[in-house]
Design a protein around this ligand. Structure first.
Ligand code: ASP
Length: 341
């Protein structure tokens, strides 16, 4: 008898971080859940129509980039010089093809540029003006850098600049005190923002995509883990598709996404065992903070994080999407398909 194929599934994240100390309104929570739901449904529809995991993660991350609630595309954080430098990557688990762009400031949807690098160039990673020229040649939508700016992000930078700390990492940002308590469920100044998606399609193929504005007050020229293959993003049909969010330098130093795949292939660990080990042991050992979303070829999901919350959700074809923010949110330890976090 032919084995039953797992249901196609997509998972997304919108960054991990610290729970806000402010009282949160029902509306604020609702806005984040609604955005996650909307984006999950779009990705789920691609999968339901028989589309590829690659298309599903691309659609989801483009929508996350367009949503100002999240630190990617419109709504990206500022560098120390009050500019935006965006990073993005996409990877196809079926072929191990990958594309990425980094330090770009004029491409409206960096994940599209990453996909174009993968599909239409012999390269994996293009950075800065070279990446922008390539994107323009590919006919992608270009914008003035001001397109990415929002008032909320500008205020966030001002708070970071007002500190004596060289805030080149999230822990530094978290050490600041804030007059404007965040309006979002996760404290925006303590949130490790990035967006990402992973998916399994009806053909059994995996894909992952990640996009980010990086870190508030980062040094111009700094590139994080998101566009670095194996660090913040990885996909291989033989193991898993992974998209990370957190203190990028630590995810790079531990080659976090690839480590999960390697543990599965070399050590026979399950997806959840491998993901938990990396997020709860390997990263904290060097003060790495954040989380990730992961799916394997059997449709198991794992969405661990070592912060107080992570904007996240998942949707299997034919089932209602589930969204969550905090560790104890309804559904967060529920039916993840056998790999509850
Ligand atoms: N990991 C991303 C970076 O280091 C940002 C984040 O997820 O907070 O650029």
């Amino acid at each position: 008898m032919k084995p039953v194929s797992p249901l196609p599934v997509i998972a997304i994240h919108g960054g991990a971080g610290t729970m806000s100390r402010s009282d949160l309104s029902v509306e604020q929570h609702a806005a984040y859940h609604a955005a996650l739901q909307r984006i999950l449904r779009a990705g789920q529809q691609v999968l339901a129509d028989g589309g590829s995991a690659l298309d599903a993660v691309s659609v989801a991350v483009e929508l996350l980039e367009d949503c100002p609630l999240f630190n990617a595309g419109h709504g990206a954080v500022f560098t120390h010089d009050e500019t935006h430098e965006l990073d993005a990557m996409v990877m196809d688990g079926a072929t191990l093809r990958a594309g990425a762009v980094a330090c770009v400031s004029r491409i409206r949807r960096p994940v599209r540029a990453a996909r174009a690098v993968m599909a239409h160039s012999p390269h994996v990673l293009l950075v800065g003006p070279g990446a922008e020229v390539f994107a323009e040649e590919q006919g992608l939508e270009m914008v003035e850098p001001g397109y990415f700016s929002t008032d909320a992000r500008r205020q966030q930078l001002q708070r970071a600049l007002g500190s004596d700390t060289a805030v080149l990492d999230h822990d530094g940002a978290a050490a600041l005190s804030f007059r404007n308590a965040a309006a979002a469920p996760l404290d925006e100044d303590r949130k490790l923002g990035t967006v990402g998606a992973v998916a399994l399609d009806c053909h059994g193929n995996l894909a992952a995509a990640t996009s980010t504005g990086g870190m508030t007050n980062k040094r111009p020229g700094r590139i994080g883990d998101s566009p670095v293959i194996g660090a913040g993003t990885y996909a291989d049909n033989r193991s898993a598709a992974i998209s990370c969010t957190g203190t990028g330098e630590m995810f790079m130093r531990t080659v976090a996404a690839y480590d999960i795949c390697a543990r599965m292939v070399y050590a026979g660990q399950s997806l959840d065992e491998a993901a938990q080990a990396v997020v709860m042991q390997v990263l904290p050992a060097i003060d790495g903070r954040g989380g990730l979303i992961a799916v394997d070829a059997q449709g198991n999901l794992s969405l661990p994080f070592n912060t107080e919350g992570m904007y996240r959700g998942w949707a299997r074809v034919g089932e209602a999407p589930v969204t969550a923010i905090y560790a104890n949110d309804a559904g967060s330890a529920g039916d993840l398909g056998g790999s509850a976090p």
